[in-house]
Design a protein around this ligand. Structure first.
Ligand code: ADP
Length: 254
């Protein structure tokens, strides 16, 4: 249930810091997501984008910084959040990974209902009806009884997206959702993500697909070396980047 008014941020992260041993990966990241907003994180490999995303849903625990979701209590990572606090954070979002991470021995339908039925404890009949409707909307209704290995990489990733949607999260997190796919399969997956964006889902997307970022993002963050170097509308970041590091990255990748 939403507690904030539409104008208030759904998620606010302030000063996120994270080191792995002596490797300082996040050096004070601020990020705000308003309801219905699509934020795209771009930047070179190793700049910390995935770690930001994983921090937003409690898969990674920052060393310092604060996150609050939907007007809920602020989690202060400097004071070691309790498991309860971290689970509360995880419950608000669903992540789509680079590799879909489907259970290989489950059918497609079983993969989709596992979270809402067994983890969230919702009635199985209701969850199955919703799962079938979601599979239909991504063109996979005929694959409900197939096993993941019988699907193409793009189809598997669409199941990964459906599995996230079935959890009815407030926030969708996409971690390089197309980077493990053959080039000809990328488009179908991006179309689904773009449709979800157009429907008003709130999402943060890490991607190297800059034309997608340009089209789908409301706000783009360019990260390098664990900091947000530059941010703004796609127009600002892609057409008139202010920082030399952004310019260099864009010339290299475009
Ligand atoms: P990006 O998504 O921009 O490629 P990542 O957030 O994946 O960047 O990684 C940033 C840095 O953190 C990299 O140097 C990576 O090797 C390191 N890193 C990420 N996760 C771990 C981990 N669990 N243990 C040790 N190092 C990690």
């Amino acid at each position: 249930m939403s507690r904030t008014s539409p104008a208030e941020p759904l998620l606010t992260a302030r000063g996120l810091r994270k080191s792995f041993g002596s490797n300082e990966v996040l050096r004070g990241i601020d990020l705000t997501l308003h309801r219905g907003e699509v934020v795209v994180l771009i930047g070179p490999s190793g700049s910390g984008k995935t770690t930001v995303l994983r921090s937003l849903n409690g898969l990674e625990t920052p060393d310092a910084g604060r996150i609050s979701v939907d007007g809920g209590p602020e989690i202060d990572f400097a004071t070691r959040p309790s498991p309860k606090e971290r689970f509360a954070l995880r419950d608000r979002s669903a992540m789509v990974f680079q590799h879909h991470n489907l259970f290989p021995h489950f059918t497609v339908l079983e993969n989709v209902i596992e979270g809402p039925w067994r983890v969230q404890g919702r009635p199985k009949e209701e969850v199955v009806v919703e799962a079938r409707a979601l599979l239909e909307r991504v063109g996979l209704s005929d694959k409900a009884d197939a096993r993941p290995h019988q699907l193409s990489g793009g189809q598997q990733q669409r199941v990964g997206i459906v599995r996230a949607l079935a959890l009815k999260p407030d926030l969708l997190l996409f971690d390089e959702p197309t980077s493990a796919l053959d080039p000809e399969l990328v488009g179908d997956v991006l179309v689904v993500i773009k449709e979800l964006a157009d429907e008003g889902w709130t999402m943060a997307v890490v991607t190297h697909e800059l034309s997608f970022a340009r089209e789908a993002a409301d706000h783009v963050l360019f990260m390098d070396g664990g900091v947000v170097v530059e941010q703004g509308t796609p127009e600002q970041v892609f057409t008139a980047p202010q920082h030399e590091r952004t310019q260099r990255f864009l010339t290299r990748i475009l």
